[in-house]
Design a protein around this ligand. Structure first.
Ligand SMILES: Nc1ncnc2c1ncn2[C@@H]1O[C@H](COP(=O)(O)OP(=O)(O)OP(=O)(O)O)[C@@H](O)[C@H]1O
Length: 260
């Protein structure tokens, strides 16, 4: 479970102060998939860095599985937008996925099993010896996802992971995330600028205001759990939910408070 309580971050340099996060409170329950959306510049990077233990908040707390985060938490794995920069080009697919397991000092035999299972789960069986640059963007992002799940995290933090891939690949990867989430029962916080993606993927959508950031609104996505690109997106309820989220993000851009 991820708990973000009254999180505040003020950047100070000399006499200049920038309040990036004002007062951010939300939770992601164990095994839940929550999407976070907000206008550009809403403090998403600042929030992520606080959750990942890479940045100290000015006030408030982040707790992961009951423990206060004060450095990179062991149960957390991350997938970033820039897969090209998060994979090491001189390492094979297998070595990229295995690296965090070596750093965790997991025994070789167990590592081999975890790497193979993760590559199978993301549909990359047979690419073990390839190098990232020999793969398409979508496949590289699958490697990054395999690396994250091989680590067996309790929580997966996904930072606009599909912003740089084409629409068809993106749809496939969205379905992969839902399938893995259901199968692995992992807690997922998925950050995206794409409102349709947030509603399609999430059990809940948390909307952020412009910086200094607060939670603008939050909705439960009451769509059936078995989702597919064709039928879910054509569901009138999907349209209602996306309209609500869109209106809230527009209100956030204008600096207005939440409306019901
Ligand atoms: N190191 C820093 N020093 C001063 N101000 C900063 C620093 N990092 C971020 N900020 C400010 O904090 C606010 C939030 O920035 P942040 O990078 O967290 O937003 P973001 O949502 O990730 O942006 P984008 O969506 O454009 O990537 C912005 O006003 C930014 O200028």
């Amino acid at each position: 479970m991820l708990e973000v309580s009254s999180l505040n971050k003020v950047y100070r340099s000399g006499a200049r102060e920038v309040e990036a996060l004002r007062d951010l409170t939300f939770t992601v329950d164990s095994g839940e998939l929550v999407c976070l959306v907000g206008p550009s510049g809403c403090g998403k990077t600042t929030l992520l860095r606080c959750i990942a233990g890479l940045l100290e908040p000015s006030a408030g707390k982040v707790r992961l599985d009951g423990r206060e985060v004060s450095g990179p938490p062991p149960g957390l794995a991350m997938v970033f937008q820039e897969y090209g920069r998060s994979l090491f080009p001189w390492m094979s697919v297998r070595d990229n996925v295995e690296l965090p397991l070596k750093q965790r000092k997991i025994a070789r035999h167990r590592r081999t099993t975890l790497v193979q299972d993760a590559l199978d789960a993301v549909g990359l069986t047979g690419t073990e010896s390839a190098y990232p640059w020999q793969l398409s963007g979508g496949m590289q992002q699958r490697v990054a996802i395999a690396r994250a799940i091989a680590y067996e995290p309790s929580t997966l933090l996904m930072d606009e992971p599909f912003a740089a891939v084409d629409a068809q690949t993106r749809a496939d990867l969205e379905d992969l995330v839902r399938a893995l989430w259901q199968r692995l029962e992992v807690t997922v916080l998925f950050i995206t600028h794409d409102i349709d993606e947030a509603v399609y993927l999430g059990q809940r959508v948390v909307m952020l205001s412009s910086s200094p950031t607060v939670v603008q609104d939050e909705i439960t996505v009451d769509l059936p759990p078995a989702r597919d690109q064709l039928h879910t997106r054509a569901d009138p309820r999907f349209t209602e939910l996306r309209t609500h989220v869109y209106e809230q993000i527009q209100a956030a851009k204008r600096g207005a408070g939440a409306s019901s």
